[in-house]
Structures are given as C-alpha cells and as structure tokens.
Design a protein around this ligand. Structure first.
Ligand SMILES: C[S@@+](CC[C@H](N)C(=O)[O-])C[C@H]1O[C@@H](n2cnc3c(N)ncnc32)[C@H](O)[C@@H]1O
Length: 339
C-alpha cells in the first residue's frame, strides 16, 4: 500500500528512525524497506516530520504483529513450551479447550497442545497426557507427544509420553555441567534422554549414561548422535544397580537425579566412585531441613571408606508447599586407610 514516508541514506537509518519516533510520527503499522542504499521509513503525518527530511510516498508492506494466545483469550494462560509442543496444566476441560484453541489460532509455532493427565509416576517417572489439539497440516510424521527441545546449545529429541523430561531443570543442568573438565569420567545414574550426559560429553568428558527406560536410552543415543558426541558417550539400558558391576571405581563424577529415592542408590554410587568423586545428589525434603537427611544418608553410605566434604547446598526449586527440590554437591575422597 502507498504510504507517506521519508527517504534517507541507509547509514542514517537508525538516527532518522529515532528522530521520527521522538517527533511522534513514526508509523509502526508499516515495515521499513531498504532499496539501493536508501531506507523508506513510514510516517503517520508528513506535516509533523522534523525539518531536513525528504518526504515521499512508497508501497510499504504492513508490519505483521504477532498474535499470542493471551491476545485471543483476553487473559494470560499458564503454558509451557517444549519445542513445538505446548503444555497446559488445566483441570477445567472447557478452559483447557479454550486455551488449546487459542494456541492453535495464535502465531505460536505449536504443532500440538497437551494437558497433564496424571502426576509423574512409577519407576520410569513418566506421566499421562491428554491431547487437546494437533495441527493437521504438520509437515512431519512425529507423534503429537514427540518434539525437539533446545537447551544451552544442545538439541534433544524426546517423546513426553514415553520418557521423563522437564525443561524447568535447564539452569540446574547447566550449573552442574559447567563444573565438568575434559577427560573426566562422568556417570549419569538416571540419565533419561541425556540432558546432563550429552552436554557433559560436549565438555570432553567420557560419559556413561544409564537408564532403566529403554526408550529413554534409545533417545539418549539418538541425541548423542544429533549433538556430535557419540564417540564420548556410552548409553546403557538397565537398572543402575546391575550396570554398576561393569564400572566399579570408575567415576570421577556421578549425577543422581532421582530425587524421591536417590538414597536407595547411595551404596551403588559409592561402588561406582573412584579415588576421588563428586556426587550431585538430588533430593526433595521439607523446607525445615532440606539438606540434613541427604547429608546424613551420604555419610552413612560412604564413611569410613571415603572422607565426605559437602561443597554446595543448592536449592533447585520449590517442589510443593514446604517442600524443596535440592542438590548436594559432595566430594568423596578415599580415606588414607582405604587407598
Ligand atoms: C527424574 S528422571 C531424570 C532423567 C534425566 N536425568 C533428566 O534430567 O531428564 C529419573 C530417571 O531415572 C530412571 N530410573 C529409575 N530407576 C532407575 C534405576 N533403578 N536404574 C536406572 N535408571 C532408573 C527413570 O527411568 C528416569 O528416566
């Protein structure tokens, strides 16, 4: 559409745009267009353009505004995005349907909308999902629960209906992985699709990623391939208590992200630990003493064979009212008598 604008040399573009904005005549409804060294900047009122600018008209495309689900609903829904899957947590089926419709009608790049249909459950820590909406013209044969999530420069293919995954732990994973040095032996005892293990391998560690869930292990291998670290990562399907017999005394670092029952695996952790080993032990405890029970359990399992030094007591997030998800970074050093 032919709209009033100014024509300025490209090098003066930002300064001119600011001058128009200050004069209150910059027209945000149309795009700025560049042609052969000249920028055409749309204005709402040619009469209000500051002196010294050449005014003209030009065929400029309208600026596309991004429509969000909140624009459509009139209020802000609670949503989480995992790749091209949008997750809602809504008990009211009418509200859930309204949110799903708004997501699909908005400009969010969503392929499907899922509602949480159960708590995370069982040994494999997977939850049920209700499919609220799915884009029919999607250019993929992936199931509506499978997606590619990107986190700190890595990509993870995963199926929410078959594996555990939480994007909320991204900062925590980064905190742990940042401590890893090239050449370390890292064993992730509950690795899932590899969100600790793969970045660890990217830092040059030799990594063993164990999980009971065979589907998660398949994804972990695929994710190692996608992120170019297959040479450094061995993914093993099985109960870590059994897998541990092949890695006795091997680990410089252990990741134990099974917060409700990690204490049951401390004997195995001590068996896996080398002469010196850092343990990242995840726990969920009452906020009156979030770290005490974990420290006590680690000492009970590791002493006197190891000296136990608690290096960090870290609150990851609030899990429920008065319950904290915490991580203990603990250094185990073989005691003199046991070397
Ligand atoms: C809370 S998830 C963590 C997954 C991953 N570390 C992450 O951050 O996404 C715990 C994982 O432990 C696995 N798991 C449970 N019991 C196990 C066992 N005995 N041996 C190995 N893995 C186990 C589950 O299958 C699940 O994938």
């Amino acid at each position: 559409m032919e709209v009033p604008c100014i024509a300025v040399p490209r090098v003066d573009g930002e300064e001119s745009r600011q001058a128009l904005a200050e004069a209150g005549v910059l027209d945000d409804d149309y795009q700025i267009v560049g042609e052969e060294g000249t920028l055409y900047i749309p204005v709402t009122d040619p009469g209000g353009v500051p002196e010294g600018f050449e005014t003209t008209t030009r065929d400029l495309p309208p600026r596309r505004t991004v429509e969000t689900p909140a624009d459509i609903l009139g209020d802000e829904p609670s949503l989480e995005r995992l790749g091209d899957v949008v997750i809602v947590d809504e008990d009211d089926p009418d509200r859930a349907a309204d949110i799903a419709n708004a997501v699909m009608a908005s400009d969010l790049p969503a392929r499907s909308v899922l509602n949480r249909a159960s708590k995370i459950k069982g040994e494999l820590r997977v939850r049920d999902w209700e499919l609220l909406a799915e884009r029919e013209d999607a250019d993929t044969d992936r199931s509506p629960t499978e997606t590619v999530h990107r986190e700190y420069g890595h990509e993870f293919l995963l199926d929410l209906a078959a594996v555990y995954f939480s994007p909320r732990l991204a900062t925590e994973r980064h905190r742990v992985v940042s401590q890893i040095q090239p050449g370390e032996h890292v064993l992730d005892m509950f690795a899932g699709v590899g969100p600790f293990a793969i970045p660890a391998a990217s830092r040059g560690a030799a990594v063993v990623a164990v999980d009971l869930n065979e589907t998660a292990v398949d994804y972990c291998r695929e994710n190692a391939r996608r992120n170019g670290v297959s040479d450094l990562l061995t993914a093993v399907a099985g109960d870590v208590r059994e897998v541990a017999t092949d890695y006795h005394g091997w680990a410089d670092r252990l990741v134990m992200n099974l917060p409700h029952s990690a204490d049951e695996f401390l004997e195995t952790a001590v068996d896996l630990a080398g002469e010196e080993c850092v343990l990242h032990y995840y726990d969920i405890q009452h906020d009156s003493d979030p770290f005490g029970p974990g420290i006590e359990a680690i000492r009970a399992a590791a002493e006197p064979a190891y000296d136990v030094a608690v290096e960090t007591e870290h609150v990851v997030r609030s899990y429920a009212p008065h319950e904290e998800n915490v991580c203990l970074d603990v250094r185990l050093t073989k005691s003199e008598a046991n070397r």
